[in-house]
Design a binder for this molecule. Structure first.
Ligand code: AMP
Length: 426
């Protein structure tokens, strides 16, 4: 019978990758909690209108990437393509914006893009959103959190921070007019996509990756030259704050985001190590979105980490292959019964150890050791009839030396402490 496979662009995550995901999530939860971000859990599906109104009708996401469907009651729903819109919707709906709010969410997002490495149709984001704060502190704080994350993951040398200012929407209108005039004069040089963008969303032409377009883009008018006084001061203050925090960054005047709601500061953390899909985290300020979705005026800023890509990067620097520390092999009914109680006691004594009992009742030692090896455990504990009588256990090193030692059962936890080289845990 033909096997059913996962949907194109939607992945199963298993083995050491799944372990890296758990570690990343644990690391991020601890980090954002230090800065006072509270968890918020949001639905996967929202009314389609929410995304059209927030992300913008003329964006790639809304134009061609959303998973939109009518449910059986005839409502038009969309699987969320990003988290900010739903988060803002929820904060307005539950009246959470009367005071400063810092929230974070995580979970699957859906965009029907052309799948390739680092770009999936279902992917995971971790989002931070902060409401009610108009000074530069909040953008700086969000970038600082990302900066710490890269450090904790050992990725600092592989990522760069790019920043730009989009200014306020009035200045952007002037800029747009000049940009359209500039590109229109070079119409024949524009690729097909950019010719279309010229009519719908000209700023997005700056984001084109087409090598033939790069010279034209480099000579285009610069948005930074169009900022009004307050946006310019704001951007300078952001740069100064990053300098004082010793966070290296590069001002990239062509950086525009693929979502319409941003103003003033925008930023991306990028890497050159993942090929074309090198943006690991992106965000910025979006002071108008709350009002646009029916809340009052409320300055806001946020960012989203693309976890699929961050985990990919972690895989490059991490030697983690398994979460198992110890694999227990025991043959025969009495040794198995004995092993059960012995390792339950060990788990209580040493909760940080991950201990797996071989669970194929009739398997011979050889087969059990094969499984022990595959589990990635560093040590095997071996229990037989003799060990029960002598109140000992055999401890076998599985990875390096292959040495085996006979250890008194009462000394087992201390013995394991000494010989178990803990693999790195974040
Ligand atoms: P965005 O919501 O477009 O600002 O994206 C924020 C982050 O999510 C990006 O920087 C990527 O790391 C990640 N991301 C966006 N789209 C995808 C995708 N199709 N597959 C994997 N990661 C994605």
């Amino acid at each position: 019978m033909e096997k059913i496979r996962s949907v194109k662009g939607m992945r199963d995550i298993y083995g050491s990758d799944a372990l890296l995901w758990s570690q990343l999530e644990a690391c991020m939860s601890a980090l954002v909690a230090q800065y006072g971000y509270q968890p918020i859990r949001l639905p996967l599906a929202e009314s389609t209108a929410l995304f059209c109104r927030s992300i913008g009708e003329a964006t790639d996401i809304v134009e061609k990437e959303m998973y939109t469907f009518s449910d059986r009651g005839g409502d038009t729903l969309t699987l969320r393509p990003e988290g900010t819109a739903g988060c803002v919707r929820a904060c307005i709906q539950h009246d959470l914006l009367q005071q400063h709010q810092r929230v974070f969410y995580s979970g699957a997002m859906f965009r029907r893009e052309r799948p390739q490495k680092g770009r999936y149709r279902q992917f995971e984001q971790w989002g931070l959103e902060a409401f009610g704060m108009k000074g530069v502190d909040i953008e700086a704080e969000i970038m600082l959190i990302a900066h710490h994350l890269w450090h904790q993951l050992g990725l600092s040398d592989s990522v760069q921070l790019h920043i730009n200012s989009l200014g306020r929407s009035e200045s952007r209108q002037h800029y747009k007019a000049d940009l359209v005039a500039y590109f229109s004069a070079e119409h024949a040089q524009l690729d097909q996509d950019s010719q279309k963008r010229l009519l719908t969303n000209p700023l997005r032409i700056l984001d084109s990756k087409n090598p033939n377009m790069q010279a034209l883009i480099a000579n285009a008018p610069k948005l930074l030259d169009y900022l009004d006084e307050s946006s310019r001061e704001h951007f300078e203050a952001v740069c100064q704050r990053l300098d004082s925090l010793n966070i290296p960054y590069k001002v990239v005047p062509t950086l525009v985001r693929g979502l319409d709601y941003y103003n003033d500061t925008v930023f991306e953390w990028v890497t050159t190590e993942l090929g074309a899909q090198g943006t690991l985290c992106a965000g910025g300020r979006y002071d108008g979105l709350v009002a646009q979705l029916g809340g009052g005026h409320c300055p806001a800023a946020g960012c989203a980490f693309g976890l699929d890509r961050v985990v990919e990067m972690m895989g490059e620097v991490s030697d983690i292959t398994s979460g198992v520390d110890i694999y227990v092999v025991a043959q025969g009914q009495a040794p198995r019964d004995h092993a059960w109680s012995m390792i339950e006691q060990l788990r209580q004594n040493r909760p940080q150890l991950n201990v797996v009992l071989h669970a194929g009742a009739e398997d011979v030692f050889k087969k059990q050791f094969k499984q022990a090896d595959k589990s990635g455990a560093q040590l095997a504990l071996v229990v037989g009839d003799d060990e029960i009588v002598q109140k000992v256990v055999q401890v076998k090193e599985l990875r390096e030396s292959g040495d085996q030692a006979t250890v008194n059962i009462d000394c087992l936890p201390e013995y394991l402490d000494n010989c178990l080289k803990r693999r790195q845990r974040w």
